[in-house]
Design a protein around this ligand. Structure first.
Ligand code: NZQ
Ligand code: ZN
Length: 386
């Protein structure tokens, strides 16, 4: 186990009816900006619940944050927040609304030029407005972490940044808000959660037995709950289990004592979203099996551990069990309803590989837990997802 510092200040308020707690969670002496997406919260009653809870607060709104939130939209929101003297941001929606709110929190008080420099890693985050969230889509873990992913139209980039200053003060997780999710978003969320766990767990080096078993517990719970949500979409406990899995998967706890993390799948996936507009979770379902197959020799021992402990596969030698673990994961994604090949989207894998590899190389980025997967390897990985 390696040294680590773990601090997560996000208060989680979990369960049905908990949106009413907003009244107490947000200070009443500041103006609040309610930030939301394309309107799902107006159809499923979440908007009304939030308005009711905040009836005693000074409130303004910014709607229209799209999936893969845009820098340009965030800058409009920041200008409005500044002009109206907003003192607290409340994100109500999925990961996109949350990530946008995190960037808006920084952009509103930014006084060193164009805040895109933060996304490029050239500028530090020195201040941010306080923010909280009401999560309606279990997937990204953004509700309990310090990351945000923002896209920019003019440069066709999709970049991530992190700062302790953008940790939400609280996140309200009411599983009932997820009943209205389109099936596709439920599927995306399950895959995203699964892959978040794997990016931290499926590494070639180190050993952190407790953290590894916590990761395996999330994977096993997902594998159990995924078929249930298809059969019983209105089952509260199933929705609650999926929601807590998603938050747990990327709140930092599964990285404790872990020597290295991978994240190659996410780095490639973000490029595929920027290039082809494919949903985040769907890019991961194609790329993670390809990364594992490409890196089989290095990841073999951990893959075999996963085969035994998560999938119950004990037959064959270590290499055979490792390969079976990858096949099982790919079948799981299929069972969830998510395709795993670029050809399923009519995309040529060799061409996509060239594009992704050269975009990452241009930014000087090498990926994987050893930071040694460069242009050639990225091309090979994407080609495996044909
Ligand atoms: O915009 P509205 O109308 O709300 O509709 C949304 C959107 O169309 C809809 N939706 C959300 N909750 C709903 C609902 N529809 C009905 N009922 C509900 N309860 O779902 C659609 C997708 O929403 P979005 O927020 O885009 O999805 P998700 O939560 O998967 O977020 C994806 C974004 O998060 C980033 C991704 O790259 C992508 O940009 N990520 C953020 C991370 C982080 N901050 O830590 C880590 C992740 O790996 C990821 O990269
Ligand atoms: Zn993700």
């Amino acid at each position: 186990m390696t040294n680590f510092t773990y601090y997560n200040p996000v208060k989680i308020v979990f369960g049905k009816g908990m949106i009413a707690e907003l009244k107490e969670l947000i200070p009443s002496d500041v103006k609040v900006m309610l930030i939301y997406g394309g309107g799902s919260i107006k159809k499923n009653g979440v908007y009304d619940q939030v308005r009711r809870a905040l009836s005693g607060h000074a409130l303004t709104e910014f709607g229209g944050i799209g999936p893969n939130p845009r820098y340009e939209t965030c800058m409009n929101a920041a200008a409005q927040a500044k002009a109206e003297g907003v003192g607290f941001l409340l994100a109500v929606g999925g990961g996109s609304v949350l990530d946008a709110t995190k960037f808006i929190a920084v952009a509103t008080v930014y006084d060193a030029g164009d805040p895109w420099g933060i996304m490029e890693g050239r500028k530090p985050v020195k201040a941010a407005l306080p923010l909280g969230s009401v999560l309606t889509l279990p997937a990204t873990g953004s509700e309990m972490n310090t990351f945000a992913v923002i896209s920019r139209d003019s440069t066709n980039e999709k970049l991530a940044f992190s700062s302790p200053l953008i940790a939400p003060r609280f996140s309200v997780l009411d599983p009932e808000t997820t009943y209205s999710l389109p099936t596709k978003q439920v599927e995306n969320g399950i895959v995203d959660t699964f892959v978040h766990v794997m990016e931290q767990y499926m590494c070639a080096v180190g050993s952190a037995p407790l953290t590894e078993r916590q990761a395996e517990a999330v994977l096993q719970t997902l594998i159990e709950e995924a078929p249930k949500v298809r059969q019983h979409p209105d089952d509260y406990d199933v929705r609650a289990n999926l929601m807590w899995c998603a938050t747990t998967a990327l709140n930092g706890s599964l990285g404790c004592g872990v020597e290295a993390q991978d994240w190659a799948t996410h780095m490639i996936g973000h490029e595929l979203t920027a290039l082809y507009g494919i949903d985040h979770g769907r890019t991961l379902a194609m790329i993670m099996p390809a990364v594992h197959r490409h890196q089989l020799a290095r990841k073999q021992a951990r893959l075999a551990q996963c085969a035994a402990r998560v999938w119950g596969l004990m037959q064959g030698d270590e290499e055979a069990r490792a390969a079976q673990a990858i096949d099982k994961m790919e079948s799981f994604f299929h069972s969830v309803g998510v395709p795993t090949r670029l050809s399923d989207y009519g995309i040529d894998a060799v061409e996509a590989g060239h594009q992704v590899a050269s975009r990452l190389a241009k930014r000087g980025i090498k990926i994987g837990e050893f930071g040694d997967l460069g242009e050639k390897e990225v091309r090979e990985i994407v080609a495996l997802a044909k």
